[in-house]
Ligand binder design. Structure first.
Ligand SMILES: [Ca+2]
Length: 277
């Protein structure tokens, strides 16, 4: 008779409830190397710290750079504040200096005025002396002297008229005063006259009424274009002042020559001595 039961020992490895390898292995590891768990945890934490440190190294560099920049700006601001204080002190010292020297500057200005007045007085005395000598020498201008109201330059005398007249009347007036309507040959005389005649038209002793340009003393004139205004002399005939064209020369306001109808009325310049030689 067979039995429903067999008494062979059951295979424990095939039993479901006996298959639990995890706990069995852990328990084995724990039992064999109990120090490995904290070591693994520590290693993982260390790796995480290093990784975090690397990822933040760039940010740390930028923060350091910004800190350095802020420090430099602070130093610059401090220097600028110091410079401003120094400048304010300089301004204060200058103000004090100006205030201190105001009276002295006033005295200097007054002295300059007195010197100018003295120069005019000296010229007047010299002219009076010349006028006396002129009378003594039978109305002949003494050497080195200029008549009263005339300007002295070097060994020459110049008269800048305040009245306007025609070129011929100006020529005759100068001749009547022991001089000639201005003859300009030397550069130094040109420079002197340019300064004193600036801004006004003046007749000079140059014309081409004879058909060629010459000075009033009959000296031929050599054309020098740098002394003439651009396009002059043009001998213009549209002036409506008569049949003649422009035959007389005058100094324009900016110091160069132009030809004009001789009947035009302008101021004039007379010259004596070396300027007319
Ligand atoms: Ca002209």
């Amino acid at each position: 008779m067979s039995t429903q039961f067999h008494d062979e020992p059951e295979d424990d490895n095939s039993s479901f409830w006996n298959k639990d390898p995890g706990p069995v292995q852990y328990s084995v590891l724990s039992r064999s190397r109990p120090w490995m768990v904290p070591v693994l945890v520590s290693t993982i934490v260390l790796v995480l710290i290093i990784a975090f440190g690397f990822s933040n190294s760039g940010l740390s560099s930028r923060i350091s750079l910004m800190e350095e920049t802020v420090l430099n700006l602070s130093l610059s601001l401090t220097d600028a504040q110091k410079d401003n204080k120094d400048a304010a002190k300089d301004v204060q010292r200058l103000r004090f200096s100006v205030e201190s020297n105001k009276d002295l500057l006033g005295s200097v200005a007054e002295s300059v005025k007195q010197l100018a007045a003295l120069e005019v007085l000296t010229k007047t005395v010299a002219s009076l002396k010349c006028a006396i000598e002129q009378i003594v020498h039978n109305r002949t201008v003494a050497s080195g002297c200029c008549p009263l109201g005339w300007d002295s330059f070097g060994t020459s005398c110049f008269f800048f008229s305040k009245q306007a007249s025609t070129w011929h009347d100006a020529r005759d007036w100068c001749h009547a005063h022991q001089s000639q309507l201005l003859i300009l040959r030397l550069d130094k005389d040109w420079e002197y006259v340019d300064i004193h005649a600036a801004g006004t038209f003046y007749w000079v002793g140059l014309s081409d009424e004879s058909g060629k340009w010459e000075w009033v003393n009959g000296t031929p004139y050599t054309m020098d274009r740098r002394r003439w205004r651009p396009g002059q002399p043009d001998n213009w005939s549209g002036h409506g002042l008569g049949a003649q064209t422009e035959d007389c020369a005058h100094l324009h306001s900016e110091g160069r020559l132009n030809d004009l109808h001789c009947s035009s009325r302008l101021r004039f310049i007379c010259g004596t001595h070396s300027a007319q030689s």
